[in-house]
Write a protein that binds this ligand. Structure first.
Ligand SMILES: [Zn+2]
Length: 274
């Protein structure tokens, strides 16, 4: 699934194509992609609006409109947003097309049909409960320590909880825990101040590195121009993409399910001890 670095890359690369442009039409090939309001209202309220800003919050993209409303998009597992010239034939996985002035359109491609769009007055009704942004200045080691303080759940599950930290998912949680040498099953509150500091540093380093590599092209992630990201080439453990052995000590990596997602780690570099 696209996580913070992928959504940040999409936001950065879409900006010049969408901001300052007017929505001239909508083609909904699969209407189920609109969560709110009704399909008719979605179409009538969006067409004619100018996009005046585009920001990211967690894994959500927020398009600000002249009416004061926001178009919010979540790509979920397999969604991507592709910029195409108008007219361009949609491929078989294109679920919606937002036509813009200036002869471009935004194709929402989503093989698994899990992606969602909202058109709403108050963006906070969708993104208001998200946890802090891990790359913002207010995300300090002290804040992370405070957030982990009472959490008895495995730290891996805590990191993937969007209401805890916004934007980190399965891949970057595994990479961050490996970089911090922390076992994914350790409870949040068991981490020492030193480990919290290492984890904080690892999260930021892993995310910035992935952004500079334009995201990881796994599970159908494409950049708006259709190109792939290269962040997965830097992965140490996530999805075994670097191989099945720890790149640091050579021990076979392990995969365990945590909250129904595979967690990858090195049992030697990330020992389970409280
Ligand atoms: Zn190792």
């Amino acid at each position: 699934m696209p996580e913070l670095p992928e959504v940040e890359t999409i936001k950065n690369e879409l900006l010049p194509y969408v901001v300052g442009h007017r929505v001239t039409g909508i083609t909904l090939i699969w209407e189920g992609i609109v969560r709110q309001p009704s399909v008719e209202e979605f179409r009538s309220r969006l067409i004619g609006q100018c996009i005046i800003g585009l920001t990211r919050r967690g894994k959500y993209l927020i398009f600000s409109l002249t009416s004061g409303e926001a178009l919010i998009i979540h790509l979920k597992m397999t969604g991507s947003l592709l910029i195409k010239p108008t007219p361009a034939e949609p491929d078989k996985f294109t679920r919606a097309i937002i036509h813009l002035d200036g002869e471009t359109s935004l194709h929402f491609r989503d093989p698994r049909k899990l992606g969602v769009m909202w058109l709403i007055k108050d963006a906070n009704s969708v993104v208001g409960k998200l946890g802090p942004e891990p790359l913002e200045a207010d995300f300090t080691p002290q804040l992370l320590a405070q957030l982990l303080n009472k959490r008895t759940a495995p730290v891996k599950a805590v990191l993937c909880d969007q209401n805890f930290i916004a934007g980190v998912g399965n891949m970057y949680a595994d990479e961050s825990l490996f970089a911090a040498r922390i076992h994914p099953l350790r409870s949040g509150k068991s981490l020492s101040p030193d480990e919290v500091e290492r984890l904080h540093c690892a999260i930021q380093q892993v995310l910035w590195s992935a952004i500079s590599n334009k995201g990881a092209s796994v599970e159908n992630y494409f950049r708006p121009d259709g190109q792939l990201g290269t962040a997965h080439f830097q992965f140490q453990v996530a999805h075994y993409l670097s191989g099945k052995f720890c790149p640091v000590c050579g021990t076979p990596l392990q995969r365990i399910p945590i909250r129904n997602r595979g967690s990858y780690f090195c049992p030697r570099c990330q020992p389970l001890e409280d």
